[in-house]
Design a protein around this ligand. Structure first.
Ligand SMILES: Cc1cc2nc3c(=O)[nH]c(=O)nc-3n(C[C@H](O)[C@H](O)[C@H](O)COP(=O)(O)O)c2cc1C
Length: 181
């Protein structure tokens, strides 16, 4: 039966099961070839090999972050801290390019926001942002790009990294937002 406008969408079984997966909350730091920096909120990050140390990040095909990583082949993965990661997540969740949000007027769509403006960070020697408040960070060279539906799976070789603080990583369930289904 077609649903009435305004009726909350009934979740399919497969969506409910996929939404039950657990994720940590990360910020992907990137830079373009002209040195512009970006930060993006990402759940879909995991280690996929010991030797060499590789991790995979699945990134929306129209994300500015993906364009930057294709240009420079480097990025950082910042693990958000359970204690204060939520504030950072709020600051980086919007797309940097307003045109990524459907239905924006032409004038609004041309706007680009600097998500890092109020977040303390330094730069790794690869030029990508490392957040001062991260639980830890990993610097990667992007070695492969696989198209996977509406995302691209970026395989990063982990060339450097550090655990900065004691404590636990922020997980998606604590953040209260969902990315999955
Ligand atoms: C909880 C949460 C998790 C997210 N995880 C991912 C992810 O794993 N991959 C992705 O491409 N986008 C993810 N997003 C959406 C991106 O953060 C969003 O599209 C971002 O604006 C892209 O930024 P950019 O265009 O500035 O690169 C997530 C959003 C939320 C709210």
């Amino acid at each position: 039966m077609p649903s009435l406008p305004g009726t909350p969408k009934e979740l399919e079984g497969v969506e409910k099961a996929l939404l039950a997966l657990s994720y940590g909350v990360h910020v992907i730091g990137s830079r373009s070839s002209d040195g512009t920096l970006n930060a993006m909120l990402a759940d879909w990050v995991m280690q996929v090999s010991f030797r060499p140390r590789l991790l995979a990040v699945s990134i929306e095909n129209d994300a500015r972050t993906l364009r930057f990583i294709r240009e420079t082949k480097v990025f950082t993965v910042n693990l958000l801290h359970q204690k204060d990661g939520v504030d950072i997540a709020r600051k980086v969740v919007m797309p940097s390019e307003a045109k990524k949000v459907k239905g924006r007027s032409e004038e609004l769509a041309s706007k680009v926001i600097d998500k890092l403006a109020t977040i303390p960070y330094g730069l790794h020697e690869n030029g990508c942002p490392v957040l001062d408040q991260a639980l830890g960070w990993i610097a990667c060279n992007a070695v492969e790009f696989f198209p996977v539906g509406d995302h691209t799976l970026v395989i990063g070789e982990c060339v450097d990294g550090e655990r900065l603080r004691p404590g636990e990583m922020l997980i998606e369930r604590e953040l209260g937002w969902e990315y999955g289904g």
